[in-house]
Design a protein around this ligand. Sequence first.
Ligand SMILES: NC(=O)c1ccc[n+]([C@@H]2O[C@H](COP(=O)([O-])OP(=O)(O)OC[C@H]3O[C@@H](n4cnc5c(N)ncnc54)[C@H](OP(=O)(O)O)[C@@H]3O)[C@@H](O)[C@H]2O)c1
Length: 301
Amino acid sequence: MGAMKLLITGSNGLLGQKIVANCMAQAIDFLAISSGDNRNPTCPESNYTSIDITDFNAVEAFIQANPCTHIIHTAAMTNVDACELNPVECYKVNHLASQHLFEIAKEENIHFTLLSTDFIFDGQQGNYSEIDVPNPLSVYGKSKCLAEQELINSAYTNWAIARTIIVYGVGYHLNKSNIFSWLLKELSEGREVSLITDHFRAPTWAEDLASGCLAIIRHQQTGIFHLCGPETLSIFEIGLRVAKYLQASPSLIKPIDSNTLNQPAPRPPITGFDLSKARMQLGYQPHAIEETLGLLQNNQF
Ligand SMILES: NC(=O)c1ccc[n+]([C@@H]2O[C@H](COP(=O)([O-])OP(=O)(O)OC[C@H]3O[C@@H](n4cnc5c(N)ncnc54)[C@H](OP(=O)(O)O)[C@@H]3O)[C@@H](O)[C@H]2O)c1
């Protein structure tokens, strides 16, 4: 990859950890930042700096002192309900800080990849392609959509947007669990779970997403890419798949309706992505859910 130097934001997060691991394995020269101390043991301290991306001066000084050729921007406020309840903070992190990073990328001619989400869509259609029109329902979705617009409406074209859906995998000291790890635990211990039947998603193995993001860079790609898992299922069906894998009774999965959850943020009912572009242009080949459950259960990285 020549004289590539990658800056990864959000290296303490699930995706950030996987990108760091790939860089270590492939000897890609990188630096990593997150807001807190380094909680990712795969990331050497010498590659890590704690920076709040909403501190524009600190970000600018850091990039001036540490020039890079590529940025993969994964850092975000990702708790959708917290975003709905704290819109000012959400827009500051997800929109304004992303806009600021992109401004620096423009000035320094850095290739900039922004992580985004299926929540920019309203979920009436499903199987979204890169050219479908966004219509976010939640503060989180709007904040990510605004960040996207900064790139899409810019005269500077050296950028990519990687949109994804429910990311799951094994990580160190994450600040949240994921649906599969939770289901594996509950069902293997024989507990009942209530899962919604009216929301459909294509869960994404974090390793696949990290490979997709690095493929964007490797292939010098620009534009929007949809990167998710190969299958769109209801959350209820996801539960049944995990039960089947564990040979647990399907009767442990209780069907419920999303409106019984009273979640602060509205969510798109049906998402899932058309992966044709990613398969063709990036060679993206996501794993089936069943291929990942064993790794997840054994806490394999
Ligand atoms: N997870 C999903 O289901 C999902 C679905 C669709 C899209 N996405 C997008 O994919 C990306 C990665 O998601 P993820 O699940 O890996 O996220 P995550 O596990 O929640 O990690 C987020 C990371 O962002 C960092 N961060 C948050 N605020 C920051 C700030 N002000 N300054 C610097 N760093 C900050 C956090 O650092 P500290 O931990 O040190 O605070 C953490 O490392 C995000 O952009 C998200 O919007 C995720």
